[in-house]
Design a protein around this ligand. Structure first.
Ligand code: TMP
Ligand code: ASP
Length: 259
């Protein structure tokens, strides 16, 4: 196979040139990072599980009529996605108090919020992804007001859809993070959902026991991260009980090749 050109390498994924114009290949790494890369570990199998979970969730979101970058899964670690211009925001939705919201506002972890709360963080590692307001976003033209309306309405629909999807398998969707991008087709532009939705980007608690089934297992040194992700995939029906996954998938020889 011809060597593919690498377009971008992030902390948990790599983007390569795609098979058709306007497409990219999204490769899921096993790397886990937290606290802006201060903590880093390679957890074998994480990328394979996130590829499958994100595929399943994006297909469900497409089915309810929200456009996404997902086209098809290529193999255990890779999917073909539409190329977009990423809007430099992390859009976080919270249903239950946890994480930075607990620290910032002095809430009690685990308390249900009066209604879902949407927050925006500027994607800028040097600044540590600061919380920003819609006024910052439109004033600095990271996104315009019409784009923000689209983003917020899609985000709330995705929250309703995912809350139900997870509740049906005994999992509480505490909070999660979305990224959106602009897709250009001739003179037309539309906002579509991009990036991934996986236990790396969500807080997922077992409804009965509050057992943590997401990346907080790594952030808080709880261990058992890939078993928890496997549990999420199994409950969603993506993996069969005791199904063995070839968690290695294609392995990168060097992720810096042709950078
Ligand atoms: P937070 O409580 O740390 O602000 O995180 C809120 C949600 O966003 C949580 O589900 C984890 C997710 N998240 C990411 O996906 N990437 C990030 O870089 C951070 C900080 C949070
Ligand atoms: N992914 C982010 C980082 O490395 C933060 C996080 O998810 O906690 O640093």
């Amino acid at each position: 196979m011809a060597r593919r050109k690498q377009i971008y390498e992030g902390k948990a994924k790599i983007l390569f040139e795609g098979p058709e114009p306007g497409t990219l290949i999204q490769y899921f790494k096993d790397d886990a990072t937290a606290f802006n890369n201060q903590k880093h570990e390679v957890l074998e199998g994480k990328g394979v599980l996130n590829n499958r979970i994100s595929e399943y969730i994006f297909q469900g979101i497409e089915r309810i009529g929200i456009p996404t970058h997902f086209i098809r899964r290529l193999n255990m670690r890779e999917q073909v996605v539409r190329q977009v211009e990423i809007i430099p925001l992390e859009v976080v939705v919270r249903n239950v108090a946890a994480g930075t919201m607990v620290k910032r506002l002095g809430l009690k972890e685990g308390d249900a919020l009066p209604r879902p709360v949407v927050e925006f963080y500027l994607k800028d590692d040097k600044l540590g992804d600061p919380l920003v307001t819609e006024d910052h976003i439109t004033a600095f033209a990271w996104a315009n007001p019409q784009e923000m309306d689209d983003i917020v309405s899609m985000t709330l629909r995705i929250n309703d859809f995912l809350s139900g999807l997870f509740a049906a398998v005994g999992i509480r969707l505490v909070d999660f993070k979305l990224e959106f991008g602009r897709q250009y087709e001739g003179d037309l532009m539309r906002i579509i959902l991009a990036d991934e939705i996986s236990p790396d980007s969500c807080r997922l608690w077992d409804m009965e026991t509050n057992y943590i089934l997401d990346k907080d297992r790594f952030r808080k040194d709880l261990g058992g991260l890939t078993d928890a992700y496997r549990e999420v995939a199994t409950r969603l029906g993506i993996l069969k009980e005791n199904e063995k996954l070839d968690t290695k998938g294609p392995v990168l020889v060097s992720s810096n090749e042709e950078k």
